[in-house]
Design a binder for this molecule. Structure first.
Ligand code: PLP
Length: 358
């Protein structure tokens, strides 16, 4: 395996082929996704109470700026292998950006269904630039996914939402990378939960690596939903999910059972965080560590802050947090909530010095 692991240019399929549903006959459609930075975050750890060994898995560094690329490389490669001609998805934005890019790379047509007026600007720009047929549905994500499920009942069409098992297979590689980097699993793994595919995929990855003897321990899986879109916490679907964190604005998660299993089997915890807590964490990551993420990613950090406050995480723990998407995805949210705003000054030294306060 070490030969494959060292193949950093090749993306997650080549790196972890032995643990993925691919063969020599699979055409590998890759943009060299994965191998994202695991950044140690001592200043952020101190800001959340100290005494933790905190690591940030920066998934915004994937080719299209979110973790969706790990799953998309496998889903689109398998679609090409079986002869599908069109990939379709419903999306709050990042799945559509990723599907559009990998479909372009594969020479396949891409159709994305997104909730009208509710997709962050960067994500919309990505789908459009890659030439995806972009359908703005008059309804929310859950409605769009129900439509896509019906489209999927045709041979030419491949659904690349996380209801496609290939997506979760690809996404589990992030857990492998964390074990490779730390030498074992962390004690706790925090991540935001929307459609719940990613928490399901990480738990699968951790369990498989453990079964393969590549790690000795398993983490507790700690999932966080936005308070206005917390069906897993509340125990029932939410008809009108609402949160600033558009990537997790989902009321009826497709991987409900998978998430429950990950939480129960790992001895984990699912909680919810308010938009105010999400925005606090959003700013904290950028201001303490220079790590700029999108609001949904900050839900995981807000969850960590909440858990520390509630005394759920003992000092000395090794904690990994998946930062699912890049901050540039949602420039409107950033400019609106940033701690500072630009200052206009005259073009002379005295004015600049005065503005600097020196
Ligand atoms: C897709 C996404 C999520 C949610 O992941 P699920 O697998 O749907 O739970 C969280 N954050 C970002 C940035 C995403 O793109």
């Amino acid at each position: 395996m070490s030969q494959e692991k060292s193949n950093r240019a090749g993306g997650v399929i080549r790196r972890y082929a032995a643990l993925l549903p691919v063969s020599g006959a699979t055409p590998v459609v890759t943009l060299a996704e994965g191998d994202t930075p695991l950044v140690r975050a001592p200043r952020l750890a101190a800001a959340v109470g100290g005494g933790l060994d905190l690591y940030l898995k920066c998934e915004g560094l994937n080719p299209t700026g979110s973790f969706k690329d790990r799953g998309m490389t496998v889903a689109v490669s398998k679609a090409l292998e079986r002869g599908a001609r069109v990939v379709v998805c419903a999306s709050t934005g990042n799945t559509s950006a990723s599907a559009a890019a990998y479909a372009a790379r594969a020479g396949l047509r891409c159709v994305v269904l997104i909730p009208e007026g509710n997709v962050a600007l960067g994500k919309l720009a990505q789908a459009l630039m890659c030439g995806a047929t972009t359908l703005q549905v008059r309804g929310n994500f859950d409605v769009a996914l129900a439509l896509v499920r019906q489209l999927g009942e045709s041979d030419a069409v491949e659904v690349v939402n996380s209801i496609n098992p290939a997506r979760l297979e690809g996404q589990k590689t992030a857990a492998f990378e964390i074990c490779d980097a730390l030498g074992d699993a962390p004690d706790y793994h925090f991540l935001p939960v929307g459609n719940a595919g990613n928490i399901t995929a990480y738990w699968k990855g951790y369990r498989e690596y453990h079964a393969e003897g590549q790690s000795d321990t398993l983490p507790r899986m700690m999932g966080f939903q936005a308070a206005g879109a917390a069906p897993l916490v509340d125990g029932a679907p939410v008809a009108r999910p609402d949160t600033v964190a558009s990537a997790i604005r989902i009321g009826n998660p497709a991987s409900w059972q998978g998430a429950r299993a990950a939480l129960d089997e790992s001895g984990g915890h699912i909680g919810k965080v308010t938009d105010a807590e999400i925005l606090e964490a959003y700013k904290l990551a950028a201001s303490t560590e220079g790590v700029f993420v999108e609001p949904a990613s900050a839900a995981a950090l807000a969850g960590l802050i909440q858990c520390r406050r509630e005394g759920r995480i003992e000092a000395g723990s090794i904690v990994a947090v998946t930062l699912t998407g890049h901050g540039l995805k949602d420039p409107d949210a950033a400019v609106q909530h940033a701690p500072v705003q630009p200052v206009i000054v005259e073009a002379d030294l005295a004015a600049v010095k005065a503005a600097m306060g020196i």
